[in-house]
Design a protein around this ligand. Structure first.
Ligand code: SF4
Ligand code: SF4
Length: 281
């Protein structure tokens, strides 16, 4: 079984469109959406949720008003201004540092595990999918990504699958590193802009640091052919494997609006381009 992840140095490069296309092309696989901060693969794959689980992570303070003496020490101590004048904790502002629970003279403050989101095992028209939803202003998305990855791998092993195809998180932070661990190949999707190239190179460095094979795809390459050529030259010079270029096509958006992958939409040139990339892979 091979695990591949589709990532991008920045958001909006078309990573999920390509992941959706791979979902349609690959046989015998499990899909995983690890972009838990802004999950959107479900918009294309329209999963039917079979299992729903709570994701608990981090701590949040809670005041027992029956014990509280209203001395106000915790309000002064909390540097995140998470405790209101009427001794109510704002769970969005609370950072879970537990300082208030140490300084409360009567032990009225307890630290409780946070309900930070949910994760799901679903069925889609392309096979099983593991995905998640992180709660508003919740942290530890790296931990949730690792959980989604683990569940997807276990499901793939149980079903004797050939592939785990993962929609990774954008950027170079903790969720991306969690998306990359133990991966067979990372496909970096970039667009032909200076910031696209800069951010793609940063994430390629991260992947290389962990010894992961990296392949690059330039999406919407024909919107700036000069920059696409620069990226191509850079790849040649630095031993980065460029496995494909996809042209701009309005039908990508039209397919998205209909909740379809580009492989299910009308025949276009980009369909052929994506098939070539899949075959290269
Ligand atoms: S420090 Fe304890 S007793 Fe004082 S206001 Fe806060 S919760 Fe109440
Ligand atoms: S746990 Fe820390 S951040 Fe949360 S209310 Fe207490 S002192 Fe403030």
């Amino acid at each position: 079984m091979k695990q591949i992840v589709i990532i991008s140095g920045k958001g909006g490069t078309g990573k999920t469109v390509i992941t959706g296309a791979f979902a349609a092309l690959a046989k015998n696989k499990v899909m995983a959406d690890c972009d838990v901060d802004a999950a959107d693969l479900h918009l294309l794959l329209q999963p039917n949720i079979k299992e729903r689980h709570k994701f608990r992570s981090g701590l949040s303070a809670s005041i027992n008003k029956k014990i509280c003496q209203q001395c106000g020490k915790c309000i002064v101590a909390c540097r995140f201004n998470a405790i209101s004048d009427d001794f109510v904790i704002d769970h969005v502002s609370c950072e879970g540092c537990a300082f208030c629970s140490y300084i409360c003279p009567v032990g009225a403050i307890k630290m409780e595990e946070n309900l930070a989101g949910e994760w799901f095992i679903s069925e889609t028209r392309f096979g099983p999918m593991v995905h998640a939803r992180l709660g508003i202003a919740e942290e530890n998305s790296g931990k949730l990504v690792s959980l989604v990855r683990k569940q997807a791998k276990e499901l793939a092993e149980k079903n004797n699958c050939d592939w785990v195809i993962i929609d990774g998180a954008p950027g170079i932070g903790c969720p991306v590193i969690a998306s990359l661990s133990g991966i067979d190949c990372a496909i970096v999707v970039t667009e032909p802009t200076l910031s696209g190239l800069h951010d793609a190179l940063r994430v390629i460095d991260v992947a290389k640091h962990f010894g992961i094979a990296v392949k690059l795809v330039i999406n919407k390459y024909d919107l700036n052919t000069e920059m696409s050529e620069k990226i191509e030259k850079y790849c040649n010079k630095n031993g980065i494997s460029l496995i494909g270029k996809i042209g701009f096509d309005k039908s990508v958006v039209e397919a998205m609006v209909e909740g379809k992958t580009i492989m299910e939409y009308k025949d276009t040139k980009i369909k052929e381009e994506v098939i070539k990339i899949w075959e290269m892979l």
